[in-house]
Write a protein that binds this ligand. Structure first.
Ligand code: IFM
Length: 447
């Protein structure tokens, strides 16, 4: 474990510094040790779905090169590593007896991480649904939530004594809307009604997994990770204020209101023509008390009212520099989001569970990778966190996305978010300047 020394940079000495990744984005070895097929295996192999027809078949080869990953994390000096478990490695078809080889892999990994003094912060679901469950209906179907609870319980019982904190779901908005309405992500379906059913079953899965953890008696904290959306109004007009509020509901209140036992935002559901398949007891399950909220933040949009369209909000033109994803760089937006969430949905603890930026890094002379823009991005966003903490927001940790360049979903390997450069052809890892910057930051030296 890292020593908890007093810091001179405004962060409490027990603030958690970490890095995040996800199974499908880094592991590769998609047929090793009996792993089943996930919806991302299927989707990435469907022509036209992922840039350049790229897949996660090899990715960063982390299923094989995991010792290298741990050495990189150790060199970075982080307290905690947020990684996800691939459900199809535990239950190839999403139900029934667990695969011992899959559990053993994660046991070895968590043990080695612990020996390096790094906490395992485990996400149970980062989008790699077993294909067999999708074939049976996927997240729009209630049974998927019940299967998830069973899977979560298997993982708790096998790995529980090795894990320092649990995240039930990563960005369920993406799983529901990108996956089932917009079709940009697996499974690539296009039905608004199904997307809203998926919302309910993802939330139910979350609540059931929280209850299942409590039933084991394990003490590690548990929470959920949201890509909350809190766009700013483009002007002070009442219409733009209302548009901004309206634009935030699907990404934020739709999830947090039921988790906070306030039910679903009825006006939003009515406007979307959505009916939630709620059964008696579901809302109690969904609002099972959690220990913290995880917030992923990359950017903030400005929105204006659009009287000409049925959608209440229109993306307003802006002035910010952009990352290679085309996302505006708005560090103050992180500060605003943390304040808004802390005020409207008070949590015992908040964590920034992802924050980072893609830039077109290249290996320069002498092998050096000068990713100055990423350093500036991290510095400014960490400063926004410090400002929020100074104003009383209970922010307890920050996880950088990502330890290394990886499979960026529909963009394949074309977008690089890592502190470590990965050559997708060879899997070889090269440290970027931002890695050393983040190491200094985690060590408590004012960057
Ligand atoms: O790579 C993704 C991650 O899987 C989920 N959050 C956003 C990241 C960058 O797009």
């Amino acid at each position: 474990m890292n020593e908890r020394r007093e810091r001179s940079d405004g962060f409490p000495s027990d603030f958690l510094w970490g890095c995040s990744t996800a199974s499908y984005q880094i592991e590769g070895s998609t047929t090793a040790d009996g792993r089943g097929v996930s919806i991302w295996d299927t989707f990435s192999k469907t022509p036209g779905k992922v840039a350049g027809g790229m897949t996660g078949d090899v990715a960063c080869d982390s299923y094989v090169k995991w010792k290298e990953d741990i050495a990189l994390l150790k060199g970075l000096g982080v307290d905690s590593y947020r990684y996800s478990i691939a459900w199809p490695r535990i239950q190839p078809r999403g139900s029934g007896k667990p695969l011992q080889a899959g559990l053993d892999h994660y046991k070895r990994f968590a043990d080695a991480l612990g020996q390096a003094g790094i906490e395992s912060a485990v996400t149970l679901y980062h989008w790699d649904l077993p294909q067999a469950l999708e074939d049976a209906g996927g997240w729009p179907v209630r049974d998927t939530a019940l299967r998830f609870a069973e899977y979560a319980d298997l993982v708790y019982r096998a790995l529980g004594d090795r894990v320092g904190r649990w995240f039930t779901l990563n960005e369920p908005w993406c799983a529901a809307f990108l996956g089932y309405e917009l079709g940009y992500h697996a499974p690539g379906r296009a039905s608004r009604a199904d997307a809203y059913k998926a919302v309910h079953h993802l939330l139910l899965a979350h609540g059931l997994a929280v209850k299942a953890l409590r039933a084991t008696g394990l003490a590690a904290p548990i929470g959920i990770v949201l890509n909350a959306m809190t766009p700013r109004p483009a002007s002070r007009s009442a219409a733009d204020l209302e548009a901004a509020e309206g634009a935030s509901v699907q990404g934020t209140a739709l999830w947090l209101d039921p988790i906070y036992a306030r039910g679903y935002p009825a006006a939003h559901l009515a406007a979307q023509g959505a009916t939630m398949p709620v059964l008696p007891g579901d809302l109690e399950t969904i609002s099972a008390p959690i220990d913290f909220l995880g917030i992923n933040y990359y950017s903030e949009r400005a929105v204006a009212a659009d009287s000409a369209s049925p959608d209440p909000a229109l993306e307003a033109a802006g002035w910010h520099d952009k990352t290679e994803m085309g996302w505006d760089i708005v560090p103050e937006g992180l500060y605003r989001m943390l304040r808004t969430i802390a005020k409207r949905w008070p949590a015992k603890a908040l964590y920034v569970t992802e924050n980072g930026a893609a830039f077109p890094d290249s290996i320069g002379e002498g092998g050096r990778i000068r990713d100055r823009e990423r350093i500036d991005y991290i510095r400014s966003h960490v400063a926004a966190c410090r400002r929020a903490i100074a104003e009383g927001v209970p922010l307890k940790g920050y996880y950088l996305w990502s330890l290394m360049d990886n499979f960026e979903w529909a963009h394949g390997y074309s977008k690089r978010f890592g502190l470590v450069h990965v050559d997708p052809a060879t899997g070889s890892r090269s440290i970027k300047d931002s890695y050393y910057f983040y190491r200094d930051l985690a060590a408590g030296h004012e960057p």
